[in-house]
Ligand binder design. Structure first.
Ligand SMILES: CCCCCCCCCCCC/C=C/CC(=O)SCCNC(=O)CCNC(=O)[C@H](O)C(C)(C)COP(=O)(O)OP(=O)(O)OC[C@H]1O[C@@H](n2cnc3c(N)ncnc32)[C@H](O)[C@@H]1OP(=O)(O)O
Length: 243
């Protein structure tokens, strides 16, 4: 699955919906057993959630958007397919969440390709299920530091803290993902799937039990004047970077 939403693969409502539909199609076709998730945007895996979806819109839109974000995470996190990410670019916040929801992560060895949950740098916070997904991957202490400081880890550090499983030269990221896949596909599918569910269901259930409350919290939080101002300032900084 090659993500293509130029220029930065931001996860707009439309793009989230496209990803969801693609995933559902692959999951419902018995011929498919695995996905390699990668990017078609040079140097960028994903810039995360689309800030334009969270800025200057009305509460109904925020609620619709957040429901789609939840849905995509739940579907990827619990997918019965083997999902491996071949991370071939910078990967921020919501994009990092998507990669963390995969079964295995290969990252291209380029110092520009940092990844992490950098929400605090924008003046926002990573929701509890983003946090849980990171804790499940790198452990509590590393997650606590990474989340508070909004750290984006370059490849060597991402490997060292366990945020990714392998770092390879840029031109080998897809072939490394394919080689890894062979090992996962050699395991009897039902045993692997049940084990995945055993490991992940408690985390997903936390959100499933509080889904509506989580949407309401998001809408309240993102609608605050101070948060809207912080997002506008951040977007402005991104634009000014060019001048
Ligand atoms: C007590 C209260 C409890 C409450 C609980 C509720 C909690 C809810 C909290 C809310 C949580 C919300 C979670 C959000 C997670 C996210 O994913 S936020 C997004 C974070 N992403 C980023 O910080 C990345 C930002 N982008 C970049 O750093 C760079 O763009 C890049 C490194 C990815 C690429 O750089 P470069 O190649 O130089 O391109 P640019 O010129 O920067 O960008 C091109 C173009 O794209 C626009 N853009 C970039 N990122 C985004 C984005 N995420 N969304 C929308 N648009 C984006 C950028 O502005 C440029 O636009 P123009 O060409 O200038 O128009």
């Amino acid at each position: 699955m090659k993500m293509r939403n130029p220029p930065v693969n931001s996860l707009s409502l439309e793009f989230l919906t496209e990803l969801l539909i693609s995933l559902e199609k692959l999951e419902s076709d018995k011929a498919f057993h695995a996905i390699i998730l990668t990017s078609d945007c040079p140097g960028i895996f994903s810039a995360g959630l689309d800030l334009m979806e969270m800025c200057g819109r009305d509460p109904t839109h925020y609620a619709e958007y957040w429901k789609a974000v939840q849905e995509l995470w739940l579907r990827f996190y619990l997918s019965h397919l083997v999902v491996i990410s071949a991370i071939n670019g910078v990967n921020a916040a919501g994009g990092c969440l998507l990669a963390l929801s995969c079964d295995y992560r290969v990252l291209a060895d380029n110092p520009k390709y940092a990844m992490g949950l950098n929400e605090t740098l924008l003046g926002i916070i990573a929701p509890f299920w983003f946090k849980d997904t990171l804790v499940n991957t790198v452990g509590h202490r590393t997650a606590e530091r990474a989340l508070q400081l909004g750290l984006l880890f370059p490849p060597a550090e991402a490997l060292q803290v366990g945020m990714v499983d392998k770092v390879v030269p840029e031109d080998q990221v897809l072939s490394a993902a394919r080689s890894e896949l062979a090992q996962w596909l050699a395991i009897p599918g039902h045993a692997r799937q049940l084990t995945k569910s055993l490991m992940r269901k408690p985390t997903a259930d936390r959100l499933l039990k509080e889904r509506d409350a989580d949407i309401q919290n998001f809408v309240r939080f993102i609608s605050r004047d101070a948060i809207q101002k912080a997002l506008r300032v951040y977007l402005e900084k991104l634009k000014q970077k060019k001048t």
